[in-house]
Design a protein around this ligand. Structure first.
Ligand code: WT7
Length: 644
């Protein structure tokens, strides 16, 4: 699969939680007897107020799954209170600000205090169990406080990435009918301010049911203030009681909603529940990162994505770990920032995305080598396929050939890691996510939907429920069934393609649907297309991905202007602005190509396969174009492509 050599398990990991001696037997039990396996895990990793009646029951065709039914627990108790007897003074969160001179340490005792106070503020605004709370925050400790405060009282949080536009924020608030928004005056990233409160104000013009907006003063900027609606976070928290009794939740009560993009329509509100999700996040954190008490763990994701939910907040805190929250960006004030922060806070385990590694690799080794990184023990990668070149650089230069790399494949819908090496058990093949996590029953299907045995390439599907499984698409259960459980009946369809080599290693090849992965951000081509056609000079648009050195995938837009419109650069600029306005800066098109027509079948369906090939400049493999209504369209698109 790759010419790069296999890296054996290092001596230093021979005593890991999972080794070659116990992995196979544990994995086998997790598949053959999930009830026993996960029952033991649930006792080991979680504190329960009341035990469950049944470990698991599920029905894929109906999109139903229940884990630990009848069991009662509270997530904030698991992430905070139960660690207090031993770890009250241990750092729970180390916060590193955008400015390198700015940092904060929050102990478990302080975390308890902050979370309870905010929970009481939410209660004082009428929030109860089951209500939805939108969190639109920069990467500051209060983002984690807000999530945990919701869990304290059984409210369902919906974190919206702070890079989304007011329009995108509004859609998400309305879709899950949130009644409160928690935000900050401004965010700070790479020295630039992000007007979060102003974005919220704009969004809330169209959200009459939001009665409260809790605002953290991050930069102290002047912001518009709506007296009856807006609440000053620090004043209200200071006035609130520092104790808040934890709401006892059912294992299957909703924990959070997180919006993610699909191949069609608007983003889906992925709903996760309490017991199964927390167990998946906590157990995978412990085993995959081989976490040891007292270690400092740093995941560079944003809490606006699932990686931040599971591996900045819930997984680490449920294990009583010390987790970092980093407000900044990898290249500010200089491209050595990650490595400097690792030295500053003596980070032991570092988990980041391939896009960041590629960008930093491009700058050269010098900024890395200026730092020590001697605290590092383990490295991780997540979010998109990691090319073997970036993998090797990460391994040799960042980890000095001392630290294993866990390349973890999973999705918003899976809640936690699904395919991953175990650093003490898995010889590493650069670029392969390797083997399934406990309880994950994988298969590859061919075009006909039949399972492929042994080595081969196909569609990646999952045969049985796992604890962190998506429970529904908020407000639209049919969409869950249609998206994940109908393509191949009896399986969960991931949307990814993969190959399995002779040694059983999995290699994820990327999405096989119309979902893009741009710098690790997931985006539906349909979302970008809908933004483009909002322009009154645009008749039609088709968006595809193309290979991009740093971003992994770039956004390539074929745009057909209305008849009589002469397209020019000014119109291009307006279209780019429209995408940013409708979705956010992450949706900025890389290439806009004017297309007098789009290749369509006689029934009017756009042939994306052809558009993808043209965007990738793979003109020799366009395939069969004879079914097109107007084959000449392709010639003109190719001619136009040459000019980009
Ligand atoms: C999609 C899910 C995993 C949490 C962050 C992204 C791609 C994710 C890997 C990996 C190859 C990966 C897949 C997946 N992906 N991790 N290690 N190797 N591809 O979550 O936004 O829900 O995106 O990201 O295509 O389907 P997400």
């Amino acid at each position: 699969m790759s010419e790069f050599p296999v890296h054996p398990v290092p001596e230093s990991f021979k005593g890991a939680h999972i080794t070659a001696d116990n992995y196979a037997a544990m994995y086998r039990e997790s598949i053959e007897d999930p009830a026993t396996f996960w029952g033991e895990m649930a006792t080991r990793f979680l504190h329960w107020h009341q035990p469950w009646n049944e470990v698991v029951s599920y029905d894929f065709p109906k999109g139903e799954a229940a884990w630990f039914s009848g069991g009662k627990l509270n997530v904030s108790v698991n992430c905070i209170d139960r660690h207090l007897p031993e770890k009250a003074q241990q750092p729970a969160i180390i916060w590193e600000g955008d400015d390198p001179t700015d940092s904060r340490i929050i102990t478990y005792a302080e975390l308890k205090d902050a979370v309870c106070r905010l929970a009481n503020v939410l209660k004082s605004r009428g929030i109860q169990r089951g209500d939805r709370v939108c969190i639109y925050m920069p990467m500051i400790p209060e983002a984690a406080f807000a999530m945990l405060a919701c869990t304290r009282i059984g409210a369902i949080h919906s974190v919206v990435f702070g890079g989304f536009s007011p329009e995108a924020l509004k859609d998400r608030i309305l879709d899950s009918s949130c009644s409160v928004v928690i935000t900050a005056d401004e965010g700070l990233r790479g020295g630039k301010r992000v007007a979060l409160k102003r974005n919220v104000d704009k969004a809330l013009d169209a959200c009459p049911d939001v009665h409260s907006c809790i605002v953290v003063a991050r930069t102290g900027a002047e912001v518009d203030w709506h007296d009856t609606r807006d609440v000053d976070y620090s004043q209200a928290s200071a006035a609130a009681d520092s104790d808040c009794e934890a709401e006892v939740m059912d294992a299957e009560d909703p924990l959070f909603i997180l919006y993610t993009s699909g191949s069609t329509g608007k983003p889906k509100g992925v709903l996760h529940t309490t017991g199964g999700y927390l167990l998946h996040a906590a157990s995978s954190f412990h085993y995959v990162f081989d976490y040891r008490d007292g270690e400092v763990f740093w995941c560079t994701a944003d809490v606006g994505w699932v990686t931040g939910h599971s591996y900045i907040v819930y997984g680490p805190l449920c294990n009583g770990a010390t987790t970092m929250i980093f407000e900044g960006v990898p290249t500010y004030p200089d491209p050595g920032r990650f490595w400097q922060v690792i030295d500053k806070h003596q980070v032991n385990i570092f988990y980041t995305a391939p896009t960041a590694l590629r960008a930093l690799h491009a700058v050269g080794d010098e900024p890395v080598k200026r730092t020590s990184r001697s605290s590092l023990r383990l490295l991780g990668s997540v979010g998109e396929p990691i090319n073997p070149e970036a993998w090797e650089w990460y391994y040799r230069v960042v980890g000095e050939s001392r630290c294993p790399i866990v390349d973890t494949w999973w999705q918003t819908e899976t809640g936690g890691m699904m395919i991953t090496p175990f650093p003490g058990a898995t010889p590493l093949k650069p670029g392969s996510a390797s083997f399934p996590f406990f309880g994950v029953d994988l298969a590859l299907l061919n075009e006909e939907g039949a399972e492929i045995e042994g080595a081969g390439a196909g569609y990646l599907v999952i045969r049985a429920s796992w604890p962190g499984q998506i429970r529904t698409v908020y407000g639209d259960h049919q969409r869950l069934i249609d998206t994940y459980f109908s393509t191949y009946p009896g399986y969960y369809f991931t949307g990814d393609g993969a190959t399995r080599d002779e040694d059983g290693y999995y290699w994820i090849t990327g999405r096989v649907d119309d979902v893009l992965n741009v710098s690790g951000h997931r985006m539906g081509t349909a979302e970008v297309e809908s933004a483009l056609v909002l322009h009154d000079k645009i008749a039609e648009a088709a968006v595809v991905g193309f290979p991009h050195d740093i971003k992994g995938q770039g956004i390539y837009c074929y745009v057909t202007p209305m008849q009589g419109v002469t397209p020019d650069d000014a119109l291009k600029a307006e279209l780019i602005a429209l995408c940013v306005e409708e979705i956010g800066p992450i949706a900025k098109p890389d290439i806009i190509q004017w297309a007098p027509g789009l290749p369509k079948t006689r029934s009017g369906k756009i042939m994306r396969r052809i558009l993808r090939k043209i965007a990738e400049n793979e003109l020799d493999s366009l395939g069969d174009t004879s079914t097109l209504a107007d084959p000449e369209v392709v010639e003109s698109l190719i001619a136009e492509r040459q000019s980009h």
